[in-house]
Design a protein around this ligand. Structure first.
Ligand code: FAD
Length: 465
């Protein structure tokens, strides 16, 4: 793209001076490793990879890149599923691998301040000794920076919220090299524009997160898992809606289709029936409260015609179940060695969930496509996984994806509940946001007038902002 300038040897020298020579790489291995996330989108190589260790180096790199009109794409660990961290126009790839420290644990305030490159699983392993945890859980060991930038969510979002609900304050480097603080460590905040949440979910297109203070919650003293199998997807989906409407407060509420259950039973030895299944988790401080909740769930499942309901408070069994659920996508991919996979993500209000699932079943049936469903049903969120092995099956998957995204928007939902827009969902932004997309463009132009921050994302037409 001619509007950007190449990374010259002089720029590399400047980057070495800013980040330290050992933190600047042009090796083919580093370029290749950061050219593609875990999506189906094609790889684009950066010209140089930098691994800053301090916020000031991030800010100075941006100042340099802005002056020289060179794109900068931040990178957590590249587990995105919509091409979000792919350096679409080359330039500088900024990896947060070497900014992965816990800065401070504020245990009395249920908060932690971290650098952006820390993996949320590594963070929670450290926090366990304080009896606290950071609840958003996207399965993969994603970084806090990548989670905040994508507003990632996960199985516990139904109770604890998404990444946006669990952050209080951030330090952000702007395109012009300024380092600013947004938000506050106060849980209540009513002071001025909510810049904190402007940067959350902006996928590295408005600024780069160099530090974040996160909200934590105490590790629950009692947890139970419930697995209920149903004769039809409709019955499973109606159960999800009924559990949500019952006043119970599930910590997880997941829908897994029959094909996924079969695969988890065969490959992981998980005790499941080959029928649409709802996985649930409940947290409580007292056994009586936990048991009362479980009784209500059993009643709801029985009313909905459950074929089997199994509840457990055994930690090992619960962890095994959730491990299988968390890794179901990877297990699915592994079980189809000759196929490529495309996974899509949409979300609707919970009342529209049955209509969305019925629509997916219908288009699947009519097209004859192979497609699997798995989702954070309690949030109205579903993922459809399409295996493909040639141009015909790939194009069909893309067509079905489009139909499902449009249907989700029509149902009052969104093109993406948690994976973000990246490259793949940019074409739906006008349909979903209407004139608000122009406001987004104006914000982008105000904060990044030279469009150097992760260009090619969010906005249609190659990210032209
Ligand atoms: C098997 C599997 C399961 C998944 N399940 C879920 C799920 O349940 N829920 C869910 O939400 N997601 C899920 N994901 C998607 C992915 O894990 C999340 O989107 C995650 O937040 C990406 O984090 P990352 O560290 O890999 O970031 P990356 O993919 O490296 O980057 C994500 C985005 O953040 C930007 N970025 C990175 N660091 C910064 C920074 N410091 N400042 C500003 N911008 C930055 C990047 O440019 C990019 O736009 C799954 C992915 C896989 C592979």
């Amino acid at each position: 793209m001619s509007r950007y300038h190449p990374v010259t040897p002089e720029i590399i020298e400047c980057l070495r001076a800013i980040c330290g020579a050992e933190n600047v790489s042009t090796s083919q291995a580093d370029i290749d490793l950061h050219a593609k996330d875990q999506s189906h989108h094609e790889a684009h190589p950066a010209e140089v990879v930098v691994f800053p260790q301090i916020a000031e180096a991030v800010a100075e790199t941006l100042r340099l890149a802005n002056d020289a009109r060179i794109p900068v794409t931040p990178w957590g660990v590249g587990t995105s599923l919509e091409g979000n961290p792919i350096p679409f126009y080359g330039g500088i790839l900024m990896s947060f691998e070497r900014m992965n420290e816990i800065v401070a644990v504020h245990a009395d305030d249920f908060q932690v301040t971290v650098q952006p490159g820390i993996g949320h699983k590594d963070l929670n392993a450290e926090l366990a000794r304080y009896g606290l945890f950071f609840p958003p859980d996207p399965g993969a060991n994603a970084t806090v920076g990548g989670m905040l930038a994508n507003n990632a969510a996960g199985i516990r979002t139904v109770r604890y919220g998404a990444s946006k609900d669990n952050v209080l304050k951030m330090q952000v480097a702007l395109a012009d090299g300024r380092l600013i603080q947004v938000g506050s460590r106060s849980v209540k905040q009513s002071s001025g524009y909510d810049l904190l949440h402007l940067f959350v979910g902006s996928e590295g297109t408005l600024g780069i997160i160099t530090e974040a203070t996160l909200r934590l919650v105490p590790v629950p003293s009692l947890m139970s898992a419930v697995v209920a199998a149903f004769p039809t997807v409709e019955a499973a989906v109606e159960t999800v809606v009924a559990v949500r409407g019952s006043g119970l407060d599930p910590a997880a509420l997941e829908l897994i289709d029959a094909a996924h259950c079969k695969m988890l039973r065969e490959t992981e030895g998980v005790d499941l029936l080959d029928y649409p299944t709802v996985f649930m988790e409940f947290h409580a401080a007292h056994d009586a409260a936990l048991q009362a909740g479980l009784d209500t769930v059993r009643e709801i499942c029985a009313e909905m015609g459950a074929l089997r309901v199994h509840a457990t408070t055994d930690t090992t069994e619960r962890k095994r179940l959730w491990h299988a659920r968390h890794h179901s996508y990877e297990i699915m991919v592994r079980s189809h060695p000759n196929k490529q996979f495309f996974i899509m993500d949409v979300s609707v209000p919970i009342s529209a969930y049955p209509a969305l699932i019925a629509f997916i079943e219908q288009v699947k049936r009519e097209s004859g496509a192979t497609a699997y469903m798995i989702g954070h049903a309690g949030d109205g969120n579903i993922h459809v996984e399409f295996p493909y092995d040639d141009g015909v099956s790939r194009d069909r998957a893309f067509r079905l994806n489009s139909a499902i995204v449009i249907k989700a928007i029509e149902l009052g939902g969104t093109a993406t509940g948690e994976h973000g827009v990246g490259i793949g969902k940019a074409k739906y932004m006008r349909r979903e946001h209407g004139e608000a997309l122009d406001v987004m463009r104006a914000i982008k132009a105000a904060l990044d007038p030279n469009n150097i921050l992760n260009p090619g994302k969010i906005f249609p037409n190659g990210g032209a902002a």
